[in-house]
Ligand binder design. Structure first.
Ligand code: HEC
Length: 131
């Protein structure tokens, strides 16, 4: 009985250890895929991530670390153009959560992504874009 339990425990550990080593890359891939899926569903109809493709909203490739309202040639609202902050992960979360409260006067329609996990997924995806 004890022997069986020990053997079973050994099997479980053998199976779990390699999986634990891979967990970081695996969860990163899952986050990116989920982020892209959420982005496709809630943002892409207005935002391109491809510099060669024009869209209604500003290009978001490279937005993490970029100054707000600064993508060359895009006709921003005066509110966003004059906002004067950099798009950090925290600023992007606040924007996704309630963009018109974060920058009153923005012309981006309210999106209201309030779930922190979904925000996290979208952030991973935005952060993966090269700029
Ligand atoms: C209905 C169209 C629309 C949707 C949907 C939309 N956006 Fe926007 N977005 C805009 C417009 C228009 C602007 C420019 C706002 C301004 O100039 O005030 C903008 C601006 C932004 C900016 C500022 C970029 C910069 O260069 O300063 C970010 C970041 C952003 N959007 C992220 C998102 C994300 C993330 C989503 C999805 C959760 C999303 N947007 C969904 C239209 C949209």
């Amino acid at each position: 009985m004890t022997h069986h339990l020990t053997a079973a425990l050994g099997l479980v550990l053998c199976a779990a250890l390699p999986a634990m080593a891979q967990e970081d890359t695996t969860s990163q891939t899952i986050k990116l895929d989920a982020g892209k899926a959420f982005f496709d569903a809630t943002c892409r109809r207005c935002h391109s991530t491809d510099a060669d493709k024009a869209s209604y909203g500003p290009l978001l490739d490279g937005v993490v670390g970029r100054k707000a309202g600064s993508f060359a040639g895009y006709p921003y609202s005066a509110a966003l153009k004059g906002a004067g902050f950099v798009w950090t992960p925290g600023a992007l979360r606040a924007w996704m959560e309630d963009n018109d409260a974060f920058v009153p006067g923005t012309k981006m329609r309210h999106v209201g992504v309030t779930d922190p996990t979904v925000q996290d997924f979208i952030l991973s995806y935005l952060g993966s874009l090269q700029g």
